[in-house]
Design a protein around this ligand. Structure first.
Ligand SMILES: NC(=O)C1=CN([C@@H]2O[C@H](COP(=O)(O)OP(=O)(O)OC[C@H]3O[C@@H](n4cnc5c(N)ncnc54)[C@H](O)[C@@H]3O)[C@@H](O)[C@H]2O)C=CC1
Ligand SMILES: Nc1nc(O)c(N)c(N[C@@H]2O[C@H](COP(=O)(O)O)[C@@H](O)[C@H]2O)n1
Length: 274
C-alpha cells in the first residue's frame, strides 16, 4: 500500500483556495460545500475498464487525496465504484484521529452493494475509519423491506447505517424521473441536516459526468492527471453533449484554474462555470 506523507507547505497553499472554509460553507447554507475530485489519464479515463480498479495517482497525489479527505466531513462514491474498488474511504494522512476521519457515503439507490462484506465496514469495526452510510431510494422498497433493513432506527448491518432518501420524485410535473434517480439537491439537503458541512465526491464516472453539469452544486473541482494513456475501452470522463440555440456547445468549463506538479502528475484545480 502506498505510504501517505505530509504535503509540503507550498502544495497546501496551492490547494487552500479550493478547500471548504467558513465562508464557502456559509455561502451555500442548505447543502454541504462540494469538492469534486478524481484522477484521470491523458485520454480522460478513470479506469482501464468498467469494474476494474486502476491506480492512476502517484505517491504525491495519493497523499494529496488523503489530505483532501482530512479537510472534508464526508466522502461520497457511487455503488459502481464501491463494487469495483471495495475502497477503504478512510483518511490515512499522518496524525489523523478517528474524530477527524471523514464519514463515507455510498450512493446505492437499490441496495445492490453488499455493505456487510465491505472493507469500509470492516475498517470502521477496527476503528480505522468512520462507519459507512449507504444511501437508498425510498421509492424502491416496500414497507416490509424497509422494516427488514432498519428496525427501530437500527441498521441490519453493524457498523453501517442506511439512509433512505426520496427517489423517483420531481417537483416539476413535466419531468419523468426514474425511481432509482435521486435529485442531487434533495440528497445534499438531507446530508446537510445530518451535520455534513463539506463533502468530497470521488466518483465514479456516472456521478462525475453528471455533477460536471451542476455548477450550482459543486464548489470546486480538483483533478489529478497522470502521465499515461489507458486506451480505448476504459471508463471515460466526458459529460453529455450540450446544445444551446440549436448549436453544439462545450459540455462544461472550469474557470479560476490553477495547476501544480505533484511528483509525475499534474493537478488542476478550478471552479465550474455557471
Ligand atoms: N480514478 C478515479 O479517481 C476513480 C475511478 N473510479 C472508477 O470508476 C468506475 C465506476 O464508475 P461507474 O460505473 O460510473 O459507477 P459510479 O461509482 O459512478 O456509480 C454509478 C451508480 O451510482 C448510482 N447513482 C449515480 N447517480 C445517481 C443519482 N442521481 N441518484 C441515484 N443513484 C445514482 C446509480 O446506481 C449508478 O448506477 C470504477 O471502475 C472505479 O474504479 C471511481 C472513482 C474514482
Ligand atoms: N485519487 C485517486 N487516484 C486513483 O488512482 C484512484 N484509483 C482513485 N480512486 C478513488 O479512491 C478510492 C480508493 O481509495 P482507498 O485508498 O481504497 O480509500 C476509489 O474507490 C476511488 O473513489 N483516486
Amino acid at each position: 500500500m502506498t505510504e501517505i506523507s505530509e504535503l509540503p507547505d507550498a502544495a497546501k497553499d496551492f490547494l487552500l483556495p479550493y478547500l471548504p472554509s467558513r465562508d464557502t460553507i456559509l455561502a451555500a447554507p442548505n447543502r454541504p460545500h462540494i469538492t469534486l475530485t478524481y484522477a484521470c489519464s491523458l485520454d480522460s479515463m478513470i479506469s482501464l475498464a468498467p469494474g476494474v480498479r486502476t491506480t492512476l495517482s502517484g505517491p504525491e497525489t495519493k497523499s494529496m487525496t488523503h489530505y483532501l479527505r482530512l479537510k472534508h466531513d464526508a466522502i461520497l462514491v457511487g455503488v459502481g465504484t464501491a463494487i469495483a474498488d471495495d475502497p477503504s474511504l478512510n483518511c490515512r494522512y499522518p496524525g489523523v484521529s478517528r474524530d477527524t476521519q471523514p464519514r463515507p457515503f455510498i450512493l446505492d439507490p437499490s441496495a445492490r452493494w453488499n455493505v456487510a462484506d465491505s472493507k469500509v465496514r470492516r475498517l470502521a469495526s477496527e476503528r480505522e475509519g468512520k462507519s459507512p452510510s449507504v444511501i437508498h431510494s425510498d421509492a424502491l422498497f416496500s414497507e416490509e423491506q424497509l422494516d427488514a433493513m432498519t428496525s427501530e432506527g437500527e441498521s441490519d448491518v453493524p457498523n453501517a447505517e442506511r439512509v433512505f432518501v426520496r427517489g423517483g420524485h420531481s417537483t416539476d410535473s413535466s419531468v419523468t424521473v426514474q425511481p432509482r434517480h435521486i435529485d442531487w439537491l434533495d440528497l445534499l439537503r438531507v446530508l446537510k441536516r445530518r451535520g455534513v458541512n463539506s463533502m468530497m465526491i470521488e466518483g465514479g464516472a456516472t456521478i462525475i459526468n453528471d455533477l460536471l453539469q451542476h455548477p450550482d452544486l459543486v464548489d470546486s473541482v480538483i483533478i489529478t492527471i497522470a502521465p499515461t494513456w489507458l486506451g480505448q475501452g476504459g471508463v471515460t470522463i466526458s459529460p453529455s453533449p450540450q446544445v444551446k440555440n440549436g448549436e453544439r456547445v462545450n459540455a462544461a468549463n472550469l474557470h479560476q484554474t490553477s495547476w501544480r506538479q505533484f511528483g509525475s502528475d499534474a493537478v488542476l484545480c478550478g471552479r465550474l462555470t455557471r
